[in-house]
Design a protein around this ligand. Sequence first.
Ligand code: ACM
Ligand code: ZN
Length: 776
Amino acid sequence: MISKHINSIIILFLFLLVSCQSNVQKDFTLNEISIIPQPKELELKKGSFTITKNTKVVINNESQRSIASYFIEKFYKASGIKLEISNSTNMRNSILINEKSGLTEEAYVLGIEDKTIKIEASSYGGFMYAFQSLFQLLPPEIESNSVQTDIQWILPNITIIDAPRYKWRGLMLDLSRHFFDKEYIKEVITNLAMHKMNVLHLHLVDDQGWRIEIKKYPKLTEKGAWRVDQESAAWKGRRETTAEEKGTYGGYLTQEDLKEIVAYGQSLNVEIVPEIEMPAHVSSAIASYPELSCLDKPIGVPSGGLWPITDIYCAGKESTFEFLEDVLTEVMDIFPSEYIHIGGDEATKTNWDVCPHCQKRIKEEGLKDTHELQSYFITRMEKFLNSKGKKLLGWDEILEGGLAPNATVMSWRGVKGGIEAVEQGHDVIMTPNSHCYFDHYQGPMNDEPKAWGGYLPLSKVYKFDPVVESMTPEQANHVLGGQANLWTEYVPTNEQSEYMIFPRIAALSEAVWSSKELRDWSDFSIRVKQLFKRYDVIGLNYAKSVYLVSSNSEISLENKSISLVLKNELSNSDIRYVLGNSELNTDAIKYTNPIEITETTVIKAALFEDDIAIGKIYIDTIKFHKAVGKTVKYENIYSDQYKGQGAFNLTNSIRGTKNFHDGQWQAWIGNDMEVVIDLENEQTIEKVSVGTMENQGSGIYFPVAVEVFTSIDGNSFEKQGETKRDYLQNADSSLKDFVVNINPINAKFVKVKVTNLGSPPNGGGSWLFVDEVVIE
Ligand code: ACM
Ligand code: ZN
């Protein structure tokens, strides 16, 4: 009898244990909470809430059904649990969606306690962001598109009160230089929403492709969307094509595709803003309809980067404006956005100078010059857009010749356009190329896929602030927000696009969402690594450049040693290294102080996390050749613009990278390099190498000859050998050592003469770049 009683107690106990298992309680700690962008206020409490199949999503009016369904669908995909919507007022085990009228648009309050999750906002966007924060509190597996078993969908008890700093939090995607299809664009929207970004600006028109179907002008996509396939050649190395050649490379979005994208954006609080370029960056339109240009000249759609592009819309012919109004009418039917972006950047106006139509317009309108003609053009388009209830947005060149009365400026050439616009009382969106151009490199150039140029690491994006200090509070109120721009000349695939956007968009999201006082790079360094776990689940090809180790070194002339500093962008990073042939494993030395190196050495280093090397391994050879630390006498001094490390730059054993601004290069424009190195005592010489670079796009060319002379007394030199090379077209950025092997000879002085190419076939000056003279 007693044992039976005990049995039922045990059974009851087991039952309780099983039923409680789905409701495990846990106390979270603050370092387990990682939300990007950082919320305004966050208060962590003891205890937790676990979402189970019995959790109800409670709405109190039908308009909340769509946001409830959004959450339910996403949760179902990852968990396999389909939560039910209910109108019950029972608070237990519920996610309550509550309208709260006092909150500003996009603001939200998320309260989680043992029995209830409460989500409050005054708009769809606010609810959306409450759920985004909720997702980031759940395990990373919530981002999965397939059912994940054995996951506790547990959330900390917490209160988050949050609102964005700016209303414009954007990304621009250039669809012209490379085309991206509807499915990929929807993925981008999904991932933008995750970062609480709310604008996707689509650059739909540019020289290299017209990407939007316009029913009244079918040739825009029949012809303008396709270019001759020269994808295997470098962007700037592609030949000019003719109007007769048939394009096969490209694509476009139909109006149906775009409407679907717009609707998808609305479901995630992302507004799609179209950009229809004018008056320049429109070769694709002129290739389709040559009469849109001043000279009616038939052209091909350019396959790559030809510059300058002089074929722009004629500002004199009335037919140009009829065409543009027709195009914009169809555009406005597709995009409900408040703003229409009309481009306006980089117009080379040489055709306007000679075109009788344009000249006639200038005279009739009493304009001063072609800048004012551009202003006339944009102002006229603004009148049209305003008459349809839309606002005009354009790149900062629309300031030139006078800003259209109601225009909003997108400041890209730094911040000065933005400052000028707010001074005139106009709204601006800040997207300075210094902090927002995601086509720039994000890590050391030698380790990164080819990019446009520039250097924009994650930590620099994190420093972005849309407001400039010199702005008055009233001017600052005209700053609507900020935006990242991804130009796609060097972005041919979805994977590469993801690589350029993520994680830099995470840093940008914090710059445009979180208040300035909350921004903290070392805290972000920790949170971004948690975000990477979510990116991994999504399957994003994000850049891990932030894991790279780089070096900085100094030579000590007294000690004849090199002091090597190892660096990583993240705060508090665990860098470990080995010298020589050792393997880089858990036994590697933890880097704390600069490493003294006194002989030729290979160094390997990496960032470690939990005792495991993550990211790419850094490998460098410090070569202690015979000239290290020796004095260099210059026959022609190097340019003031590229001094490298000064006096011992060529003999410090430190090599430059493909980034010609890395401070390791000395350069000569137009003239040759001639130096004499004093080896201090007689040594046997058998090989001299000169480190050079080529980047023809930037006017940097390999030399055509390297000659080596030696001397015992420093007065009479004898030529020992030379190496020559003819100019070759090279669209890449390349490093090369010019090696001169000589018969072994004793010498105290070595003279090295490096001959500049002088006059490049494509014109312009010719830079000669040298980082080291290696003597062996
Ligand atoms: C631009 O980068 N040309 C706006
Ligand atoms: Zn003209």
